[in-house]
Design a protein. Structure first.
Length: 175
C-alpha cells in the first residue's frame, strides 16, 4: 500500500523548488528597458528561511535566469540556487550527489512541463493548485494555494508540522 503524502513528509530533509509558477504566479512584467520583473510572496520567503534555520536543505532549480530572483533568494539565506538550468534532472542529480541526499528525502514543487521528469525522481512531488494538468497528474500533493500565492509556505509548513519542527521554530527565538 502506497504511503500518504503526510507519511512521506516524515522522510523529507530537502525542499527543491522551481521559480516561475511556484515562487511566483508565473506573470512576468516587462519594463521599457526589457527587464523582467516577478513578484514573490513574503510568506513563502518566511517559510524557506524557517526551513533553512531548522536544518532543512533548500535548493532552487529554474530554467529562467534573473539576477533579481537570485538576490532575493540569497537574502533569505539560500545558497543552492541553479538558475538557467537547461536540464533540471541533471542539476538535481548533481545537487543530490554533492550533499549525499537520497531522492526519497526530497520534496520537489514544480508547476509545468520542464519540471515533469525531475518530479518523477523525488520522494514527494508537489505542485501549486494552478499547475498544468500533466504536473497535477504526477503530484502526490497538490497545494490549495496557487503559485506565488503561498504554495511553498503550505508545503514547508506541513512538513515542519508533521516532523514537529514548526511550533518549535516559532515558539523559539523567532517571534
Amino acid at each position: 500500500m502506497a504511503k500518504s503524502y503526510k507519511e512521506l513528509m516524515n522522510d523529507i530533509t530537502t525542499f527543491v523548488l522551481d521559480v516561475d509558477g511556484v515562487l511566483t504566479d508565473g506573470t512576468v512584467h516587462v519594463s521599457p528597458t526589457g527587464e523582467m520583473l516577478r513578484e514573490m510572496h513574503i510568506r513563502d520567503g518566511f517559510a524557506m528561511k524557517a526551513a533553512l534555520e531548522s536544518g532543512y536543505n533548500v535548493c532552487i532549480i529554474s530554467g529562467g535566469s534573473n539576477e533579481g530572483v537570485r538576490i532575493r533568494l540569497r537574502n533569505l539565506g539560500i545558497t543552492d540556487i541553479y538558475l538557467g538550468s537547461p536540464d533540471k534532472v541533471e542539476t538535481f542529480k548533481e545537487y543530490c550527489d554533492i550533499y549525499g541526499i537520497q531522492p526519497d528525502q526530497v520534496l520537489y514543487m514544480g508547476d509545468d512541463i520542464p519540471d515533469y521528469h525531475v518530479m518523477q525522481k523525488v520522494g514527494l512531488p508537489t505542485c501549486p493548485q494552478d499547475a498544468s494538468p500533466e504536473i497535477k497528474a504526477i503530484s502526490t500533493y497538490i497545494s490549495h494555494k496557487n503559485g506565488g500565492k503561498g504554495a511553498v509556505r503550505d508545503v514547508i509548513e506541513q512538513v515542519m508540522k508533521v516532523q514537529g519542527k514548526w511550533h518549535t521554530y516559532y515558539n523559539g527565538k523567532h517571534d
